[in-house]
Design a protein around this ligand. Structure first.
Ligand SMILES: Nc1ncnc2c1ncn2[C@@H]1O[C@H](COP(=O)(O)OP(=O)(O)OP(=O)(O)O)[C@@H](O)[C@H]1O
Ligand SMILES: [Mg+2]
Length: 427
């Protein structure tokens, strides 16, 4: 029963450990791929940028050379059409005061007026200024004296722009699809698990049903038999069949959509405590505190009994048969209900807190690790409530907290704390 037995059950464990290790592995690989692909395209972008800058520089130099040397048209034709054919980088040639003189690779409607065109080009020059330093063209006379300046403004080609954003778009699209696939996968797994739960529960209830009704009939028969003189045997038999009926009822409830009925939770908990007290060690004292003897909530009695039983049995196990279980029941101002179940056991180690609700997690020799899974399912899926470990440590024990909704209202953990500490109990 002790925690030391955890080492004896590596099989159940490994399943979960491996799964989470795999998750981290996949995440790490995805990160590496992302970083590598961004780094790689960045390199390409950088190279392309350098090339484009060189091309524009050459374009500027060819103009400068053509004007300074003299046979302008020939040189321009040679450089711009044969040596450096630029048909992708948008460039604007301006005079010394940024007035556009010529342009290339810029989409301008030929039908607009020259004035409008000039305006557009000027706006573009402003835009280009932000991207790159312009390239200066210096005009000199035969003696080397400078008599004028021109500037070549340019911006990234469409290709370069696309390449800059491409990896981001690509990776986002891939990430989106991976997320979608993962979501669909885990959803279909949950659906499958649900089917197993429900199918198994229904089948169990069904199979127990037949011998049970026959047992009940036999008991009735023995009661009428005057030769059968063992009333105490009959009493025990009746108790056991009643217990079997309870179990069958639980399985059949969890295997269908259970009906919820308004019940007084205080009474429900009290009768569970009465039942359990007789069956556990006398060294365990169970007490109930409440802010009202009448706390009505819609529950499924058969399933809710199971919840209380599971939590109390776990508490008894954690205390190794000696200690106190304190149940605190509080009704919120708008009907939400808080139930705290506190034990004085050995607590749950912090790193195990996330695991206790996973099916198959148990530290007990004879545990199936299903008690809390079932409890969570009953509270959250069937009652729309919440269950969590409120606190746990080796010296003070553990507090499990259940929140049940009132009329369209579910307390949150913080409200529940205030309520339990009595600060808003009168509100
Ligand atoms: N009150 C508690 N104090 C300390 N540890 C607890 C407490 N409740 C649960 N645990 C831990 O959580 C584990 C899982 O509990 P759960 O009820 O799901 O399974 P189990 O009790 O081991 O087996 P069973 O299926 O028979 O209930 C326990 O084995 C125990 O280690
Ligand atoms: Mg248990």
């Amino acid at each position: 029963m002790g925690r030391s037995s955890s080492e004896k059950q590596p099989k159940k464990w490994d399943l979960y450990q491996n799964r989470s290790q795999m998750k981290w592995g996949v995440l790490a690989v995805a990160m590496v791929i992302t970083i590598a692909s961004i780094f790689y395209t960045n390199q390409i972008v950088k190279k392309l940028k350098e090339r484009e800058a060189q091309l524009v520089e050459l374009y500027a130099k060819s103009i400068e050379y053509a004007v300074n040397v003299g046979n302008r048209d020939e040189v321009l034709f040679l450089t711009q059409n044969i040596i450096v054919p630029n048909n992708s980088i948008p460039v604007i040639l301006t005079d010394g005061v940024d007035k556009p003189l010529d342009f290339r690779n810029i989409d301008i409607d030929p039908k607009i007026s020259p004035k409008q065109r000039q305006k557009k080009l000027r706006a573009l020059v402003e835009e280009m200024k932000l991207q790159h330093e312009p390239i200066e063209i210096i005009f000199t006379d035969e003696n080397g004296g400078v008599y004028d300046y021109n500037y070549v403004y340019y911006k990234n080609s469409f290709l370069l722009d696309q390449l800059t954003y491409y990896p981001i778009v690509q990776l986002s699209v891939i990430a989106f699809f991976i997320f979608l696939a993962f979501y669909a996968y885990s959803n279909s797994k949950a659906v499958e698990q649900n089917r197993v739960w429900i199918g198994l529960a229904k089948e169990t209830a069904h199979q127990l049903g037949t011998p049970l009704s026959s047992l009940v009939a036999w008991i009735e028969y023995l009661k009428m038999d005057e030769d059968f003189n063992y009333p105490e045997v009959l009493e025990e038999l009746e108790k056991d069949t009643h217990r079997l009926e309870t179990i069958t009822n639980r399985f059949s409830s969890i295997g269908s959509i259970p009906t919820l009925e308004d019940e007084n939770l205080y009474e429900v908990i009290r009768s569970n405590v009465d039942y359990l007290s007789k069956r556990i060690s006398t060294k365990v004292k169970i007490s109930i505190a409440t802010n009202s003897q009448v706390v009505i909530a819609p529950i499924n009695r058969a399933l809710f009994d199971w919840v209380i039983e599971n939590l109390c049995k776990n508490a008894v196990d954690a205390m190794k048969g000696t200690g106190n279980i304190d149940i605190n029941l509080v009704e919120g101002p708008e009907g939400g209900v808080v139930i705290d179940i506190r034990d004085t056991g050995g607590g749950i180690p912090k790193d195990k807190l996330k695991k206790i609700f996973i099916p198959g997690y148990s530290t007990k020799k004879r545990g199936w690790g299903l008690g809390l899974t079932l409890t969570k399912r009953i509270v959250e899926n069937y009652h729309n409530g919440k269950i969590f470990v409120k606190s746990s440590n080796p010296t003070e024990g553990t507090v499990f907290r259940i929140l049940l909704p009132g009329k369209d209202y579910l307390l949150d953990a913080e409200e529940a704390d205030l309520l339990i500490s009595g600060k808003t109990a009168s509100a």
